[in-house]
Design a protein around this ligand. Structure first.
Ligand SMILES: Nc1nc(=O)c2c([nH]1)NC[C@@H]1CN(c3ccc(C(=O)N[C@@H](CCC(=O)O)C(=O)O)cc3)CN21
Ligand SMILES: CC(C)C(=O)C(=O)O
Ligand SMILES: [Mg+2]
Length: 270
């Protein structure tokens, strides 16, 4: 099982691959493909729970999904994304909520959407044995301040702010950093400036690794951000299968003999 240390060593070698997963069968597929890191993202809120944003996701809800993913994962590093207000409000609660993902649900690290308020918290978590993945650039838990999901770090002042925060979180002991929806040249600059691996989403090709939401990557999402790429057409595949099922039941062609128990199975009971 790769560890947080392996991930740090990997940067500079082949790019790190990371995908989200929220359930056991998906995690098994992602793990079997050799993906390095599985993120149980708070994107579960919009990707699978029918919410519009990630904000309504609870700690209990995340724990449910983290457990499912951990049980199905043999090789990948499982990272639990800490949901909105589960960290940063109160230190004790932050540590207990993050600790629960490792202690009870089988995650090996947590990710927190980072800012000036998470530098000390990152250090404390790391001291206690909770590996932390930082996250800068577009932090979707700030959707109400952004009024959407705009690109971040697009002027020098904003870029410098991200660069400083990246350095501060690396110094605080974060083992890697997600950079979301920032210009490629800023992502390259940050990647150069810090010695922990950067993992980009909408951050260009110069990060140490890449991450996408699984629903977007396999073509299950009805809509996905322009920076994502659909590597499959799972939505169409499922639509065809469901249409075929409905037709088969309605026409009487399913279930056929091979899907039905013989009467003689029952004979033994009577
Ligand atoms: N399925 C899914 N994929 C994701 O990548 C994702 C989620 N869900 N949920 C949480 C966040 C939200 N993300 C998003 C969502 C929208 C844009 C987007 O459309 N950006 C527009 C600008 C929108 C605006 O200005 O408000 C763009 O063109 O940059 C980007 C990232 C990334 N994350
Ligand atoms: C997009 C990734 C980085 C994420 O935070 C999530 O899926 O919740
Ligand atoms: Mg997230």
């Amino acid at each position: 099982m790769p560890t947080v240390r392996d991930l740090r060593a990997k940067a500079g070698d082949e790019p790190i691959t990371m995908l989200t997963a929220y359930d056991a069968p998906t995690a098994a597929i992602v793990d079997d493909a050799g993906v390095d890191v599985i993120l149980v993202g708070d994107s579960v809120g919009n990707a699978t729970l029918g919410h519009e944003t990630t904000l309504p996701v609870s700690v209990d809800g995340m724990a449910h999904h983290v457990g499912a993913v951990s049980r199905a994962t043999e090789d990948a590093l499982v990272v639990a994304d800490m949901p909105f207000l589960s960290f940063g409000v109160d230190e004790k609660d932050s540590l207990e909520n993050a600790g629960r993902m490792l202690k009870e649900e089988g995650a090996e690290a947590v990710k927190i959407e980072s800012g000036p308020h998470t530098i000390d918290l990152t250090e404390k978590m790391v001291q206690l044995g909770i590996p932390v993945m930082a996250h800068l650039g577009l932090t979707p838990q700030h959707v109400n301040q952004y009024g959407g999901y705009p690109r971040q770090g697009t002027d020098r002042k904003a870029a410098d702010r991200i660069l400083e925060l990246a350095q501060a979180h690396a110094e605080a002991g974060a083992f890697s950093l997600v950079l979301e929806h920032v210009p490629s040249n800023l992502a390259a600059e940050v990647t150069d400036a810090i010695d922990i691996p950067t993992i980009g989403i909408g951050a260009g090709p110069d990060c140490d690794g890449q991450v996408l939401v699984i629903n977007d990557a396999v073509g299950l999402s009805e809509w996905s951000p322009s920076f994502s790429k659909q590597f499959g057409a799972v939505r169409e595949e499922m639509e065809c299968a469901v249409d075929d099922y409905v037709s088969a039941v309605e026409s009487g062609s399913f279930p056929a003999d091979e899907h039905s128990h013989e009467e003689s199975d029952l004979d033994e009971f009577y």
